[in-house]
Design a protein around this ligand. Structure first.
Ligand code: PBG
Length: 322
C-alpha cells in the first residue's frame, strides 16, 4: 500500500493539524429573547438553558457571554398580546421596550455587534410576518411597515438589520429607507432563503408568535427547492444585502454549499430552535451525547460553507474554547 489515510489520523495532534474545518467563537451569533419588565428570567420549556430575559438581567447575561468570547448577538422580542395589532405598530413605537433595549445594550457594550429581527410577526395580531387582508399576505403593504421598523432600530443604534419576513423587494426597500435617513453604515443580513420549516416550533412557543390562521408557505420557501434559493440570493445581492442567510441550517446544508460557491458575500446559516431542541431532547433521554452531538452539528454547517452561524449552542461552544 502506498497510501494509508489512517496515518493522518494517528494522534490528536496530527488530526488537529490537518483539520479542514475550524469554528471560531467570533463567527457565532448568539440569539437572545427579550421581555418587558425587570427581574425576569423565564425558562423556555422546549429550549433548555434559553430564557426570556428582562433588560436588566439580559445586560448581565451579555456581559457573561463577552467573558467567554461571544461578541455577536441577535435579539428577539416577546410581546404581550395587548400591544399587538394588524399593522404591528408597536414594532416602531417610541414606547417599544425592544428599541429601548437596543439603545441600552449598545450603550453598555459598544464593541459588541447587535443584530435585530425585522418582521411583523412578534407585533402582529395575525401572527404573520406580513400584512394580512382577507386571509392574504399583502407584500407591498408590508414593505413600508418593515421600513419603519428598520429605521426605528437603526435610530436605536442597531449594527445589523435582520429582515426575516421573506417579502419580495424588502432588502431594497429597507436599504433605501436607511440611506435616505443617512444610516448608510447600518448593515443588512438578509434571511435570503428562509424555508417554511417545521423546525421553528420552539421559537414560536418562546415568543408566542405562531400564525393565528394559515401557515407561512406563501412567503417562506418550499423545502423542495434549491434554485429558488439562488434566485433569492441574486436578488438580495442586487438589492444591497451585506450578508446572506440560509435558514434552517441542518436540513439545508446543500443549499449553504451551493450559495457559498456562488456568492462573494459572507454566508450565514441559522441553526434554528428545533435543531437545538432535538439534540437536547435526545441528550436528556441519554440517547445522544450532548457535547459531541452539537459540535458535530456546528462543524457540518461550517464545513458546508457557512462563514457565520446563528446558534443557541454558542454559549456551550464558547465554554469549551476558554
Ligand atoms: C420570525 C422568525 C422566526 C425565526 C426567526 N425569526 C420564526 C418564523 O418565521 O416563524 C425562527 C428562529 C428559530 O426557530 O430559531 N420572523
Amino acid at each position: 500500500m502506498t497510501q494509508r489515510p489512517r496515518r493522518n489520523r494517528k494522534s490528536s495532534a496530527i488530526r488537529n493539524m490537518i483539520a479542514e474545518t475550524n469554528i471560531k467563537t467570533s463567527s457565532l451569533i448568539y440569539p437572545l429573547f427579550l421581555v418587558d419588565g425587570t427581574g425576569k428570567k423565564i425558562p423556555i420549556e422546549s429550549m433548555p438553558n434559553c430564557y426570556r430575559w428582562s433588560l436588566d438581567l439580559l445586560l448581565k447575561e451579555i456581559e457573561k457571554c463577552g467573558q467567554i468570547g461571544i461578541e455577536n448577538f441577535v435579539l428577539f422580542p416577546a410581546v404581550e398580546e395587548k400591544f399587538k395589532d394588524k399593522e404591528a405598530s408597536y414594532g416602531y413605537s417610541s414606547k417599544n421596550f425592544y428599541l429601548r433595549a437596543i439603545r441600552e445594550i449598545k450603550n453598555n457594550f459598544p464593541n459588541f455587534s447587535l443584530m435585530s429581527d425585522v418582521a411583523m410577526d412578534p407585533y402582529s395580531s395575525d401572527g404573520h410576518d406580513g400584512y394580512v387582508e382577507n386571509g392574504q399576505i399583502i407584500n407591498d403593504t408590508t414593505l413600508p411597515i418593515l421600513g419603519k421598523m428598520a429605521l426605528a432600530q437603526a435610530e436605536a443604534g442597531i449594527d445589523i438589520i435582520g429582515p426575516s419576513d421573506m417579502m419580495d423587494g424588502r432588502v431594497e426597500f429597507i436599504r433605501n429607507t436607511l440611506d435616505d435617513q443617512n444610516f448608510t453604515e447600518t448593515s443588512i443580513m438578509s434571511y435570503t432563503a428562509k424555508y417554511a420549516s417545521a423546525f421553528y416550533g420552539p421559537f414560536r412557543e418562546a415568543l408566542d408568535s405562531a400564525p393565528k390562521s394559515g401557515d407561512k408557505k406563501t412567503y417562506q420557501m418550499d423545502p423542495r427547492n434549491k434554485n429558488e434559493a439562488l434566485l433569492e440570493a441574486e436578488l438580495d445581492e442586487l438589492e444591497g444585502a451585506d450578508i446572506l442567510m440560509i435558514k434552517p441550517a441542518l436540513s439545508y446544508l446543500d443549499v449553504i454549499q451551493s450559495l457559498k460557491n456562488k456568492t462573494n458575500l459572507p454566508v450565514s446559516a441559522y441553526n434554528v430552535s428545533g435543531e437545538y431542541a432535538m439534540i437536547h431532547a435526545a441528550a436528556q433521554k441519554g440517547w445522544l451525547d450532548y457535547e459531541s452531538s452539537f459540535l458535530e452539528v456546528l462543524t457540518s454547517i461550517k464545513r458546508a460553507g457557512a462563514d457565520i452561524i446563528l446558534t443557541y449552542f454558542a454559549k456551550d461552544f464558547a465554554k469549551l474554547k476558554v
